[in-house]
Design a protein around this ligand. Structure first.
Ligand SMILES: Nc1ncnc2c1ncn2[C@@H]1O[C@H](COP(=O)(O)OP(=O)(O)OP(=O)(O)O)[C@@H](O)[C@H]1O
Ligand SMILES: [Mg+2]
Length: 250
């Protein structure tokens, strides 16, 4: 695959905190327009990898590119190319739905009619019509998620990076959230999403499985199930963790 067809590319990306190797020589390629699911147990290094890709944290070693931009040298440009939803929500609870959107429009330097049209479009996309004046603190988890997604999409990014966007959200709201994600992918937006939910992982175009900072396997959900002769990604996940734990205790 040529560089032009890749949304995100990492080569031997590593991050060390003191003596702890949180991310250990991760290499991955995410094609444009793909939904790439990032899986791994708690503390395996998903958020740290994501933060480096977003240009929010400097790698200890290795390289990464987002579109044609370097994750160390071009951090400011990258921030405008991506929409990022962090694991902890970035919404302002004491602002209303509309005020949150206004705030993020300001951060991205959007103004005038263009910004108004964009906000309206995103309110519609998220199904937040009629809730514009509601305080973010009074929204349920599913609505908050969709508002946070709308804020991340205001500047029309080509790449969306979502760190556990549906954690703690009920199954119906998760389904609605994912149907929005898939619509965005169909429009050509590339998506990197971390999740602990295997039903979500099953619908990704590609999966990367990370454990103790290392990318153990990568491929389509079908590839991975066939590779290990297992019928679900959950079984693949459990098998890989057990295999890795056994090899580490030897
Ligand atoms: N700023 C930091 N300083 C020191 N250690 C850190 C820092 N950020 C993360 N770590 C450590 O790096 C490792 C990877 O953490 P990370 O948050 O990337 O994992 P994760 O896969 O996102 O986990 P979770 O599924 O719980 O969100 C953990 O051991 C964590 O304690
Ligand atoms: Mg995390």
């Amino acid at each position: 695959m040529t560089k032009r067809e890749l949304a995100i590319e990492c080569r031997d990306l590593s991050k060390k905190f003191g003596d702890h190797m949180a991310v250990d020589q991760i290499s991955l390629s995410i094609p444009k327009g793909a939904i790439y699911g990032f899986l791994g147990p708690n503390g395996s290094g998903k958020s740290t990898t994501i933060r480096m890709i977003c240009g929010l944290m400097t790698p200890t070693s290795g390289q990464g590119r987002v579109l044609d931009y370097d994750i160390v040298k071009d951090t400011e440009i990258i921030k405008h190319q991506i929409g990022y939803m962090s694991q902890r929500f970035s919404l302002y609870e004491d602002l209303t739905v509309r005020e949150n959107l206004d705030f993020y429009a300001g951060i991205y330097g959007l103004g005038g009619q263009l910004a108004e049209d964009r906000k309206q479009e995103l309110i519609r996309m998220a199904g937040l019509e009629g809730r514009e004046n509601q305080l973010a603190s009074s929204l349920s988890g599913g609505w908050k998620q969709r508002l946070a997604l709308s804020c991340a999409l205001l500047h029309e990014p080509d790449i969306l990076i979502l760190d556990e966007p549906t954690a703690g959200v009920d199954p119906v709201s998760r389904r609605i959230f994912w149907s929005v994600i898939r619509t965005l992918a169909v429009k050509g937006i590339s998506i990197l999403v971390s999740t602990h939910y295997m039903d979500e992982a099953e619908t990704c175009d590609r999966i990367g499985f990370i454990f103790f900072g290392k990318l153990l396997v990568e491929g389509t959900p079908q590839d991975l199930k066939e590779k290990y002769g297992l019928s679900s990604l959950e079984e693949v996940f459990v098998y890989l963790v057990q295999q890795e734990e056994r090899s580490q205790s030897r």
